[in-house]
Design a protein around this ligand. Structure first.
Ligand SMILES: Nc1ncnc2c1ncn2[C@@H]1O[C@H](COP(=O)(O)OP(=O)(O)OP(=O)(O)O)[C@@H](O)[C@H]1O
Length: 705
């Protein structure tokens, strides 16, 4: 049965089930759209896959020829394509035939590195879309070199005589990385950072249309700017005739109503590439937003998309989710439609041989102070919360309350929900400050689960700064665990990335690190580009710099921090993709040691709720893009119940550990920090390149003898 007939049958079935929600006209229109999408997508997928197979075959042949072992049995072609090529490409009877496909797979000369094979495939994919007048989402796992593939594509464009101007839009935190990757991998190309004050930007603009020459090619600088500047300067920037726009960390566009999405829509440039390691963050609408921006003709109606895709609620049981996902095979069809426009390779599918990574959840105990504040928040006992009752004063646990939390809650937090919420109660006394967020008790509970000082901060006598002594550790279960872990991690020579969603908490951890005399660097949203670069350089190059404190939202994107081999997620983000972004800062190309991610969670508190919510949210990503859905080798069948169940049941963590008391025993600590299981399985770091990569597949392509 042809795909189309099969599809029509599915559609008819679908028609019956959902007819009650739509009028006839509307329904017909949507099915027609879906049909057209599927048809176009299938053609495009086929075109790319055929091209890729031919390239691979020619590489193998060239490789074998070089080794003087030409195999007579090798087929001349792998597809029974006609000798005519509608795109005017050389055909197999043409002498240039082999060279053509070999060249297709060569990296541009202006690119001064060595692309890995999967990156060459990526380049070919971007090129195939471009040559078909289409755009796409390069969604490779974080750290596989999306930046490099985009840079190589700019090199390719310039070598093709396309002069630009070209634009890269990226979050501020990834700008230093773009600049350094351009200068490392295409040092001959000129880039222009479009950033700074109004006057600065005015000056920079005069250089956008200045031509440069490299070899025999003329081109304009590659302009690099941030989302923020794009929003501020849309009017002027849309006036340029951009030939290619790359949007880094595209998941930040979130929905079509965001200012950045709307600004981007005003740009005339049709050729765009979105880079994101986490294409599905919360729901399918976000993915649609990206596709609508890139291919508005195909993905033009959000209602279509949401009417086909009915499984955005992932809080049901796995069986319920599977029921919805397999009904009408809609999921399978949607995936086929999306396939040509999304390329995603996961680390384990590449031949990079990255060292292993494991993730351990550590359940921290609740201290007495935390418990009292937590219970008081739940029952809204104002006396206790306002610290009018000596029983919960920090002095109770032996701490002499002394110092002051200077800043108000709003300044500290990056969570939008919190930012909007004014603290309902705030009282500063001689020796402490009490800050309560009673309008949203959930936030207050989250703070208490992390550290009670976020609610009750002791002040230094006569000074407006926090008082730090042993109690900064004793007051919080997570700090007790952190303290024990850090001293051993330091002894063992590890370097640590420590993430938190709250900058107020980072302040507190910073006080603790100073108290314990650990050297550290810090990266948060309030820092400018240069301070960020300095912090990254210090952490990377100074062997004594032990910890890098990073705010999850501001510093989790696009950074390369492979000097660390340990990640501590002090408090989890509501969006699990943010934590995944965070941990992949050090599990990426360049990492030579096994990586362990420790996620701290305070037992029996909202922390557990956040983790459960994160697990539910990841189900969407698991079944839509999990297990190689958008690579070019796996043939996933998302109507297969068993496959779906396996995906849904796959655990997000390798191990869960619960501390039995307030102090970790030596054995507990040793078992927590033990990496011997990983060292044994650490693969060689030198990945084998070139055509050897394809030889496994070569056997599959060979006709049976
Ligand atoms: N072919 C290559 N040769 C040498 N280094 C490489 C190559 N490809 C990638 N790298 C290095 O690997 C690291 C990760 O690459 P990059 O930052 O581009 O990943 P990414 O996929 O964009 O990650 P993220 O999603 O986190 O932004 C960088 O340090 C980069 O220089």
């Amino acid at each position: 049965m042809s795909t189309q007939i099969c599809f029509v049958m599915i559609v008819l079935d679908y028609d019956k089930r959902f007819s009650h929600n739509m009028d006839d006209e509307e329904r017909k229109k949507r099915y027609k759209n879906l049909l057209t999408l599927l048809e176009n997508s299938t053609k495009l997928s086929h075109a790319f896959e055929t091209r890729l197979k031919k390239c691979k075959l020619e590489i193998i042949k060239a490789d074998l020829e070089k080794a003087n072992k030409v195999d007579e049995n090798l087929p001349k072609t792998i597809e029974n394509d006609s000798t005519k090529d509608s795109n005017n490409h050389p055909t197999e009877e043409n002498e240039e035939y082999e060279n053509y496909y070999l060249k297709l797979f060569q990296q541009p000369k202006l690119f001064k590195g060595t692309l890995k094979d999967y990156q060459k495939e990526g380049l070919l994919w971007i090129r195939t879309l471009f040559e078909n007048g289409l755009n796409g989402i390069l969604a490779d796992d974080m750290g596989l070199g999306k930046t490099i593939q985009a840079i190589a594509f700019y090199c390719f464009l310039i070598e093709m005589g396309i002069q630009g101007p070209f634009l890269v839009i990226a979050p501020l935190s990834t700008i230093p990385n773009w600049l350094s990757e351009f200068s490392k991998f295409s040092p001959q190309l000129s880039t222009l950072l479009y950033h700074g004050s109004y006057t600065n930007r005015n000056e920079i603009r005069s250089q956008i249309n200045v031509k440069h020459t490299v070899g025999k090619f003329d081109y304009f600088s590659i302009v690099i700017t941030t989302y923020e500047i794009l929003r501020m300067d849309t009017k002027v920037l849309k006036g340029y005739d951009w030939k290619y726009i790359t949007i880094d960390e595209g998941h930040k566009l979130k929905n079509s109503l965001t200012l950045t999405s709307r600004c981007l829509r005003e740009f005339a440039c049709t050729n765009k590439l979105i880079l994101t390691g986490t294409p599905i963050q919360n729901n399918m609408e976000e993915l649609w937003t990206l596709l609508n921006l890139l291919i508005p003709k195909l993905f033009n109606d959000i209602k279509d998309f949401s009417s086909w895709f009915l499984i955005d609620n992932f809080h049901g049981t796995n069986n319920q989710i599977i029921d919805i996902a397999t009904k009408d095979e809609v999921l399978n069809i949607i995936v086929k439609i999306l396939k040509p426009f999304i390329l995603r390779r996961q680390k384990m599918e590449t031949n990079l041989n990255l060292p292993p990574k494991k993730e351990i959840v550590i359940y921290a105990p609740v201290t007495e102070q935390q418990h009292k504040l937590y219970m008081a928040t739940l029952s809204r006992e104002m006396n206790i919360l306002l610290n009018k009752e000596p029983a919960i004063d920090v002095e109770e646990s032996g701490v002499r309350a002394k110092r002051k939390c200077v800043e108000s809650i709003e300044r500290y937090t990056e969570n939008r929900v919190i930012r909007k919420t004014e603290p309902e109660h705030k009282a500063v006394t001689k020796d402490k400050i009490v800050s309560l967020v009673l309008l949203n008790p959930f936030i207050q509970l989250k703070k208490i689960s992390n550290h009670p000082y976020l609610v009750h901060m002791p002040l230094s006598p006569g000074r407006s700064s926090i008082h730090v002594d042993e109690n900064i550790v004793k007051a919080s279960g997570k700090f007790l665990i952190l303290d024990a872990m850090l001293s051993k991690l330091k002894l063992l020579g590890h370097k640590v990335l420590l993430f938190s969603t709250m900058t107020q908490l980072l302040d507190l951890i910073e006080e603790f690190l100073i108290f314990r005399s650990y050297e550290y660097a810090r990266l948060d949203g309030a820092m400018n580009i240069q301070t960020r670069v300095d912090a990254i350089n210090t952490f990377t190059n100074d062997p004594n710099c032990f910890v890098m404190l990073i705010s999850t939202r501001a510093g989790g994107l696009g950074l390369n921090l492979t000097a660390a081999d340990t990640v501590i997620i002090f408090d989890s983000d509501w969006n699990p993709q943010c934590d995944l972004q965070a941990q992949d800062r050090c599990h990426r190309i360049g990492q030579v040691k096994p990586v362990v991610v420790y996620r701290l969670c305070t037992k029996s508190t909202v922390d557990e709720k956040i983790l459960a919510n994160a697990a539910a949210k990841r189900k969407l990503e698991k079944i839509v893009i999990g297990n190689g859905t958008f690579n070019r080798t796996t043939k996933v069948n998302l109507s297969n119940i068993k496959e779906l169940m396996n995906l849904l049941e796959s655990s997000d963590y390798d191990k869960q550990i619960q501390s039995n008391g307030f102090i970790l025993s030596d054995e507990e600590l040793d078992s927590l920090l033990d990496r011997s299981d990983m060292i044994k399985s650490t693969p060689k770091t030198d990945a084998t390149q070139s055509a050897k990569h394809f030889k496994g597949e070569h056997n599959i392509l060979r006709p049976a003898k």
